[in-house]
Write a protein that binds this ligand. Structure first.
Ligand code: AQP
Length: 324
């Protein structure tokens, strides 16, 4: 098994990123017998972050965050997407032969358009670059949140079609989501997402995190009414960070009624503080040594380029770009 996944440096990582994807990266670095590759997807981020300094800062911060959350460069290969130019070339090979309709049907693109986010060709062809990212490393498993499953299907379609046309070239990957956190809700109950301004950032300081938690939207049912915790946004978030005992207590309280959502928010803020405390300390340590983080990324890029280069050569030979 070889894992590969990427995360965009488009802003501070949020609970959705962690519980949907990063948590899996950390587990898979021990479970993969054939290595694991994780990258900061700065080429993808260019579709949204259009200020040089901000992109640079988010890229370094992204690596610091992953290291603080438990990614171990001795077990997994960590690198920056643009340090592996072979992937962009592979992307072109895949773009030729990608039906427009396949991309037009992508829900994440359609959702962004529906939310009034301006689209460019980069956003439209995003799933093809993502396919190149995955196929370049012969990944067999791709740990992601639910929103990315359709893109992995696109990747499989493109790989299958290339293999069918030019002969066996690419390994077909499978997406991997965690049932309990495949779609973490944001403060408005929609999917938590950097572009929807509804996030709880993993590394916000305690005060800022409390403030974000207090803005979580709740319904207006009377306090005395018993409530079903299933599907309640506050309870769903509590499930991610609270201890079993706290959760059991709150489950009983929900069913009994007679409580205010403000109390649940306070409990959530407290649980979050305890949960993220150790990672916050590790983050301060990594942030103090950016030179070491850059060295880790450079070493990761060397390894990643070697893998991607091999796949690119294979694909170029298969479709007639070499050997003429
Ligand atoms: N709410 C979520 N629940 C579960 N998983 C999630 N992921 C994102 N949001 C949730 C997963 O995090 C990984 C990295 O995400 P990304 O780089 O594709 O995009 P992002 O910018 O971090 O995610 P956003 O905030 O949702 O971005 P936009 O605004 O671009 O749509 C992926 O594995 C993703 O599934």
């Amino acid at each position: 098994m070889r894992a590969l996944s990427g995360i965009q440096p488009t802003g501070p990582f949020h609970w959705g990123n962690y519980f949907g994807a990063i948590q899996q990266y950390i587990a898979l670095q021990d479970e993969c017998d054939d290595g694991s590759f994780y990258f900061i997807a700065n080429l993808h981020a260019l579709t949204t972050v259009r200020e040089k300094e901000r992109l640079q800062q988010y890229t370094l911060d992204g690596a610091i965050d992953l290291l603080a959350l438990g990614l171990d460069p001795n077990k997994a290969t960590l690198f920056v997407q643009s340090d592996v130019p072979e992937v962009s070339e592979l992307c072109w090979l895949l773009l030729t032969g990608t039906p427009m309709g396949l991309l037009e049907r992508c829900v994440s693109y359609k959702d962004k358009l529906a939310k009034g986010i301006k689209a460019d060709a980069g956003l439209f062809t995003y799933p093809v670059l993502q396919a190149a990212d995955i196929l370049a490393y012969d990944a067999t498993v791709v740990p992601v949140g639910e929103d990315q499953l359709q893109h992995i299907e696109v990747c499989r379609d493109l790989a299958q079609s290339f293999n069918h046309h030019f002969g066996e070239t690419f390994v077909l990957p499978k997406g991997k989501v965690l049932d309990q956190s495949a779609r973490v809700p944001g403060t408005d109950g929609e999917k938590m997402s950097k572009s929807y301004n509804n996030t709880l950032a993993v590394f916000d300081d305690v005060k800022a995190q409390r403030k974000q938690i207090m803005r979580i939207q709740t319904d207006s049912r009377p306090m005395e009414e018993p409530k079903d915790p299933a599907g309640d946004v506050l309870f769903d978030l509590l499930k991610l960070v609270a201890s079993e005992a706290t959760l059991a207590e709150w489950e009983a309280t929900y069913r009994g009624g007679g409580f205010g959502y403000g109390d649940v928010k306070k409990a959530l803020a407290e649980a979050a503080e305890t949960y993220w405390g150790p990672a916050r300390e590790r983050r301060a340590e990594w942030a103090a040594k950016p030179g070491e983080v850059r060295e880790i990324l450079a070493a990761g890029a060397v390894k990643a380029r070697q893998r991607a280069g091999e796949t690119l050569c294979r694909a170029q030979a298969a479709c007639g770009l070499k050997g003429w």
